[in-house]
Design a protein around this ligand. Sequence first.
Ligand SMILES: C[S@@+](CC[C@H](N)C(=O)[O-])C[C@H]1O[C@@H](n2cnc3c(N)ncnc32)[C@H](O)[C@@H]1O
Length: 208
Amino acid sequence: MKAELIKKYFPEISDTQLQQFEQLFPLYVEWNEKINVISRKDIDNLMLHHVLHSMAIAKFIQFRPGTEILDVGTGGGFPGIPLAILFPECSFLLVDSIGKKIKVVEGVAEGLGLKNVRAEHIRAEDVDQDFEFIISRAVTRLSPFYYWVRKKISPNHFHTHRNGLILLKGGDLKEEIEELERKTKVIDLPSYFEEPFFETKKLVYVPM
Ligand SMILES: C[S@@+](CC[C@H](N)C(=O)[O-])C[C@H]1O[C@@H](n2cnc3c(N)ncnc32)[C@H](O)[C@@H]1O
C-alpha cells in the first residue's frame, strides 16, 4: 500500500510530506532488519494499519502550530511519526520504556529529516514536562494511563477541543470508561476511513 492512500484522506499534504510518507516503508524495513520492532505482517500492512490508522487523530483535531504533544508508548513511532510529518510546526516527544524501540524511532525520524521529533527512553510516569495533548495507541487501560499522565497536561486552551488525551484503542471500552469516571468521547474509526483496520477501532478523547 503506497502513500497515495494518505493523499486520498489528506489531499492537502505537500509534495515534501508525500515524499516523507513514501520514505516510511523503506525506512521501517531497513530499521526492522537491525532491530525487530514491527512484525512481518504489520510491516506488509504498514501504510494502512500503522500510518493511516495513526492519522485518525488528525481527522479528530488539527493541531495548531506550536502545539506540544507527547506520544506515550510509541513503540516504533506510532502514532507520533505520521503525525509529526503531518504537523511539521508542532513539537512531538515520543517516549517508550523499551530503549531499542526508541533507537528505531530516532533512526526513522533522522532518515525523514524530521526536526520536530524528540524520542526518549523513559517511562511515561517519569516525564517531567507539560503538553497540550497526550496521544497514544494500544498501550494500556484508560484508568492507569490517566494516572500516569494526568499532571502533564498544560492548562492553556488554544484549540477547538480542550487539551487532553487522544488515544487509539481496541476492545470493549465500556468497562474501561466506567472505571475511569471522567467525561470521554469515543469515535469509531470507520467513520473516518473506509478501509478496514485490525482490532484497534476506536478513538477515545478525554478532555482535561
Ligand atoms: C502494544 S505497544 C504499542 C506501540 C505503538 N504505540 C503502536 O501502536 O505501534 C505498547 C508500547 O507501550 C510501551 N509502554 C508500556 N508501558 C509504558 C510506560 N509506562 N511508559 C512508556 N512506554 C510504555 C511498551 O514498551 C510498548 O512499546
